[in-house]
Design a protein around this ligand. Sequence first.
Ligand code: GAL
Length: 458
Amino acid sequence: MKQFPEDFIWGSATSAYQIEGAHAKDGKGPSIWDSFVTIPNRVQDGHTGDMAIDHYHLYKEDIALMKKQGYQAYRFSIAWPRVLPEGKGKVNEVGIEFYNNLIDELLANDIEPWVTLYHWDLPLALQKEEDGWLKPQISDYFSDYARLCYERFGDRVKHWITFNEPWVISILGYGNGYYAPGRKSNTEPYLVGHHILLSHAKAVKVYKEEFADQNGTIGITNNCDWREPLTDKPEDKEAAERALQFFLAWFSDPIYKGDYPQVMKDRLGERLPEFTSKEKEMLLGSSDFFGLNHYTTMYAADAHGDAKDDIKGNGGISEDQDVALSNDPSWPKTSMDWAVVPWGCRKLIEWITERYDAPPIYITENGFAINDKEENGIVDDSETRLTYYKGYIEACHEAIQNGVNLKGYFAWSLFDNFEWALGYGKRFGLNYVNYETFERIPKESAKWFAKVIEKNAV
Ligand code: GAL
């Protein structure tokens, strides 16, 4: 038995567009994802989040299921256009009421809400009229939206996450165009990333200055894979380090060190915007905890000026980093083609611990996609997803033994759901969803995870 610290928090995570449905109901405005899914060939099989898993109507049943499985915390996101249909201005009270009900129901069941303010569903009006994340004024709209959320929900919500995965918003939204708003550029991602960081810092400032009496915590969630040097050669070790800095330190250095990593400044020149000294001050220390989404690992080698833009390999804008990524053929793969490498998780949180002086870390997502099938009322993922979770949670335990200040773990995802450009084809859920009846069926991994939570051990 590997016992976790007494105050360790176990939860699971979802996001609004992936589960809520009711995309145009009760006054909700459209988001960039509502629009993106209507463009032919952007989402596999033309799937949309219009209905998703209908959590908007089934949230009470969903919370009852969470309660049964013993969750202590639930990470979900607020759909900005559900509370502010045009992104600013008029408030949609029916949308506010939905989140009030959700939060109240969670608390009545002793489940702590962890709320993400932005999980990719920008109000479409802000994209069309204001150029979304490309323009600096977005930070005012975002911090006004954040203020509204603290005002309306902050008496009960004590854990806030400003952004989910700035890297994905920047690179997949503006680098390769794989996600909404679907733009392709090698300049825009750095501009977008810059405006996200400033929006984050502003929203945190509002929280700390105007809502200190709410006594909550606020942070940001970044995503990163581990990059293992392909060989012992110094150039490959450097390449792996460079890849981590372009992936994660891009967003975490400004918060923990006050500026972008030097290697990004050197390689990007004018394409990387600069922070003013006031902005640096606002960013420094603007996260109470280190939120991390982690799934997989790749080998990294120096590409000697020949890196291809292999965005599918999650490399970022590869020419800028000059890193060649590869997988070990012996590593098992998820159906996203992501390698299963538990020690990569340990190494990554040790790297964060070392680079940023042991901040409190929460793994806010970790999980495994496989196209589970229901047979005779059972969904058996014990050889796949369950094995993955076991390996990664054991790796987390080892990291804690090694001095990592890991405070909590949220599995991705509570349910099968809309997996962005891949539609409903890829299942990440601990609970199976039958898309015809909307019935939820706990998979073997969910039953196993419930025992981990109960024993606080793996
Ligand atoms: C993350 C994202 C989630 C989910 C997951 C699995 O990047 O935050 O919304 O899609 O990946 O792909």
